[in-house]
Design a protein around this ligand. Structure first.
Ligand code: CA
Length: 756
């Protein structure tokens, strides 16, 4: 039996090597995370058929118009193929419209919906195909960055139609039979746009129309163009069995003219060529990291997470007739020069997604930083949650981390003065209409050193902790820019404000009233209230920049370690009274059999790495491997909570490499435990990072020794800058902890309190 298993193992490895040579994109499962619902998220993802960071994504639509759960794995029917910009079901969509092929004049979203099977569905990042059983039609689509080619294979019928649905809340459509085209716009959005917002779409067919009509509210109208609450077009064809009707589809947030220009991405519209080019592009992007020696399921998980990490933030700019980037400003409603990216929440993505870009795709973050400078100029603030403009969601002022970490890694330097000014501005002000932008409670925070519990600002301890870390980020950028010492000192002082919400009685963070007393009553298991989507046990660790300071507050490393251990061993008890219902993040913690550790949400995702700051790195190694093995799988219920625009995926990517950016803004990755025997990262400048961990396995998860370029390496962190130079790291793994490695303070990762 053992030998047989071994033989299978060899076969699997060699089979995967063949696949890898053909293209790692084949490992991606875009349906990972799609088996989700409001009460329980296993990712809350939809299959985004798109180019990396593409302006327009496309998805089969199972949910009704306006439903954030746009594609759910358990659904029976597809209602259309939607151009989508949705970053999360909770934020919902904007600028969306859909196409649906049908047999018979069936317009409404229920009437036209068709049964489908996952067995007759192919979902890849660059190509999607499904058999629509009720119409006997196969629908295929393949995208470029701003456009897509569609191919519909019809049965023999005189009643073949394609429904174009411009959605409600104000839409427009016009048929141009002589051009075999339909144009229109959708204004549907969920906020975060200027008045007059439109997504202009243009559709060009390769087949002459047998008929063409427009409709509103599901009824055909005698017109060629129509503007109303909810309009669309119905284009008829007479088809022979197996006849293909193809369509080129594009759009623009700028104008119809720009939409036609964006359609040029499709060239002659040759479906198979576009599909092949999309496949090549995805293999280039995902192929930047080659993994070896793992199981096929580990490869599938890794590349599915990789795919999720290079979708958001998306390009929100277009290329004009002069070949220059321009963007519709969701802040002013005007068309502006330059870059803009959107659809990300920094509360999530400052943690690992942006550090991942800084390592592997710095040129993308160059454009993102240029866009952040534009956002500040156009709106007076950096975004915290943008979709496409400022949205009221989450807490913190973590744009400071996104900007400072990039700058300190040499990215966005051309915009440093504007971006630094934006950080100073954001540290003092709150957006008048969107209080999660800037700093809600800045007056209190700057005066008292914390946002009080008993004033009308919710989630005040979470805000205080994140503002303190954000202040440390500003201080680091101030130092690098050579700002005056009193300015640097102001932020150095403020970044210690985390101390003001630490309660020695519980060794936990706790709400603090304006008069200096702590909140009463205090239940450390209470979610929300002083915290954000977590409890005190989850948020106490949000002192990214000064873990030693937290260790000291707790009275030393023994207590600190015991507190970390407690999170993992406590029962999953919770108090959901703040929400009045068991929110999905709570349920995801409760059911995972990992104590009070809530990996399904962001506040705690760095916690396991903190064992390195107190001399017990082997506990980090044990638990990180558990999380990689138990919380991620390349299947429809494969995540353990909301994926959140690449953040929860980037945790896996970094962790599989064997390290994680606990404190963006430092030059350090904190070491965890590698997953693969070999990883090769191709950096943008041609240098390579090689990570070897021969013999690594679920048993051999403990680091015995590390060599960097052949020399024994003692610290429990790697310098980011050293990796960027190209390096070979050898992890020697074993099945028992090496309790002599990483135990001395000089090998600990960065903490402000340990600075000389
Ligand atoms: Ca989340």
């Amino acid at each position: 039996m053992r030998n047989a298993l071994k033989a299978i193992g060899v076969l699997l490895v060699s089979a995967s090597s063949v696949l890898a040579a053909d293209g790692v994109v084949d490992y991606v499962n875009p349906l990972m995370g799609s088996l989700s619902k409001k009460e329980l998220s296993t990712g809350n993802t939809y299959p985004a058929v798109a180019m990396p960071w593409g302006m327009n994504f496309w998805t089969p639509q199972t949910g009704k118009m306006g439903d954030g759960w746009t594609y759910v794995y358990t659904a029976d029917k597809i209602r259309g193929f939607k151009q989508t910009h949705q970053p999360s079901p909770w934020i919902n969509d904007y600028g969306q419209f859909a196409l649906m092929p049908v047999v018979g004049c069936k317009i409404g979203e229920d009437e036209r919906a068709s049964w489908f099977s996952h067995k007759a569905e192919t979902a890849t990042p660059y190509y999607y195909s499904v058999y629509l059983a009720d119409h006997d039609i196969t629908a295929e689509l393949t995208p470029t960055e701003r456009s897509a080619a569609f191919r519909f294979t019809f049965p023999q019928t005189d009643n073949a139609y394609i429904v174009v649905d411009a959605f409600d809340n104000g839409s427009y459509v016009k048929v141009l039979p002589e051009r075999r085209a339909v144009i229109g716009y959708t204004t549907k959005n969920s906020g975060g746009v200027a008045p007059g917002f439109k997504n202009y779409f243009v559709i060009e067919f390769d087949t002459p129309f047998a008929s063409s009509s427009v409709w509103s509210d599901g009824k055909l109208r005698n017109a060629v163009e129509l503007s109303a609450n909810h309009v669309g077009a119905l284009i008829g064809f007479k088809t022979t069995k197996g006849q293909m009707v193809q369509a080129k589809v594009s759009s623009s947030f700028v104008s119809f003219e720009q939409a036609w220009r964006n359609m040029e991405e499709l060239g002659d519209g040759d479906f198979d060529r576009i599909k092949q080019e999309g496949r090549t592009r995805w293999n280039e992007v995902l192929g930047r990291i080659q993994v070896d020696g793992g199981t096929v399921d580990q490869y599938r998980t890794f590349y599915s997470c990789f795919y999720r990490s290079v979708l958001f933030p998306r390009k929100f700019y277009e290329i004009n007739a002069q070949g220059q980037p321009v963007h519709y400003s969701p802040y002013t409603g005007e068309v502006k020069d330059g870059y803009l990216y959107t659809d990300t929440g920094f509360w999530d993505t400052f943690r690992a997604l942006f550090p991942f870009l800084n390592l592997v795709f710095p040129s993308v973050n160059e454009e993102i930083q240029a866009g952040l400078a534009n956002t500040y100029v156009e709106s007076g603030f950096l975004p915290e949650w943008a979709s496409p403009g400022h949205r009221f969601c989450m807490v913190g002022n973590n744009s400071a981390s996104v900007v400072a970490d990039a700058y300190l890694k040499g990215i966005g330097t051309a915009h440093a003065q504007v971006l630094y000014e934006a950080l100073l501005n954001g540290a003092e002000k709150v957006h008048p209409d969107v209080p999660s932008t800037g700093r809600w409670g800045a007056d209190y925070y700057n005066r008292l050193g914390y946002v009080p519990y008993d004033v009308d600002i919710p989630e005040n301890v979470a805000r205080t902790l994140e503002y303190a870390y954000d202040d440390w980020c500003i201080m680091q950028m101030a130092k690098a820019l050579g700002r005056p010492s009193d300015e640097v000192e102001l932020f150095r002082k403020r970044c210690l404000n985390y101390r003001n919400v630490f309660d020695k009685e519980h060794n936990l963070m706790r709400g603090r009233n304006e008069d200096g007393t702590f909140q009463e009553p205090f239940n450390p298991f209470k979610w929300g209230d002083a915290f954000t989507e977590g409890n005190s046990w989850h948020y106490t660790w949000s002192v990214f920049h000064d873990i030693q300071g937290l260790v000291d507050l707790m009275g030393g490393k023994e207590t600190f370690i015991a507190m970390l251990d407690s999170v993992m061993t406590l029962p999953p008890v919770y108090d959901d009274s703040y929400y009045g219902t068991c929110i999905h993040e709570i349920k995801e913690m409760q059911i995972m059999d990992m104590g009070n550790y809530a990996h399904g949400n962001q506040p705690i995702q760095h916690m396991l790495y903190l064992y390195n700051y107190a001399g017990e790195p082997w506990k980090a190694q044990y638990w990180i491997r558990e999380v990689m093995d138990r919380m991620y799988a390349p299947i429809p219920d494969g995540y353990c909570g909301d994926e959140d625009n690449g953040q929860t995926s980037a945790w896996y990517l970094f962790s599989a490499l064997g390290f994680y950016p606990v404190c963006p803004g430092t030059d350090q990755y904190v070491i965890g435990t590698p997953l693969f025997p070999k990883v090769t990262i191709a950096l943008e400048d041609g240098k390579t990072v090689v990570l070897n961990a021969p013999g690594v396995s679920a048993e051999n998860r403990y680091i015995q020794e590390i060599r960097m370029d052949g020399k024994v390496y003692g610290p429990t962190w790697f310098p980011c800058s050293r990796l960027k130079e190209g390096v070979v790291i050898d992890y020697e793994m074993g099945d028992v902890p090496n309790k002599t490695r990483g135990i001395s303070k000089r090998d600990y990762p960065y903490s402000l309190s340990n600075e000389k």
